[in-house]
Design a protein around this ligand. Sequence first.
Ligand SMILES: O=C(O)CCC(=O)C(=O)O
Length: 237
Amino acid sequence: MAELQSSRLPELPEAAYYISNFITAEQEALILEEVSKLPGGRWKVLTHRRLLSLPSQLTGTARDTLIDAALPRFLAKPILDQLKELEVFKDSPHSAPNHCLVNEYQPGQGIMPHEDGPAYHPITATVSLGSHTVLDIYRKNEEGEREVTPSWRILQEPRSLLITTGRMYGDTLHGIAEAQVDENLGPETIVNWNLLTDKDAFESGTAKRETRVSLTYRDVLKVAKVGNAMKFMNKKW
Ligand SMILES: O=C(O)CCC(=O)C(=O)O
């Protein structure tokens, strides 16, 4: 990812990259409009957020297999083209993301610290829409358990792209606190402070969250063609 060197966050384990204004405000509005048109019944509603797996949820006993299908156009254009230009998924098995998790958070909602797991090639590319958020990054201790307080915080502006890979993908956990307002924001506490476009919005040290939609693009390693998938599902049941 030679193109991305100026976007690398050197304080974090190898490697995370942050690009603000990855998409334009107009592109953001168009994607949000398409997300708002998705049938309510397709969303999985959790207590702390709602989410949608596209083109579909992973299947199989280990929930690690994607039925081969294209991503909807509004998730492909322009984001997949831009990820290709930056060669983000150049070395991944399908040379491009084949799956996108759409998460929607109201102010006060978040996501528990977690790892992304082995179903995916270890690269995650997340585009934020509609609001900023703060992603907490936790180390694991020697027993592999999550440390109690996050070691680092990444501020994701609306329209930004965050890429995590390598040790950052495998050796850390990430989560979003259930906060209405993010506090204690500044150059000492936010690892990508110098790469923010709109520092003025956060200079006071606090920022109120709005509704945020995140698009998390990944390359699922196991892909089944529809014919094979039917056989595979028959076997399962
Ligand atoms: O919404 C986000 O930025 C985080 C999403 C996430 O952690 C995930 O999809 O695994």
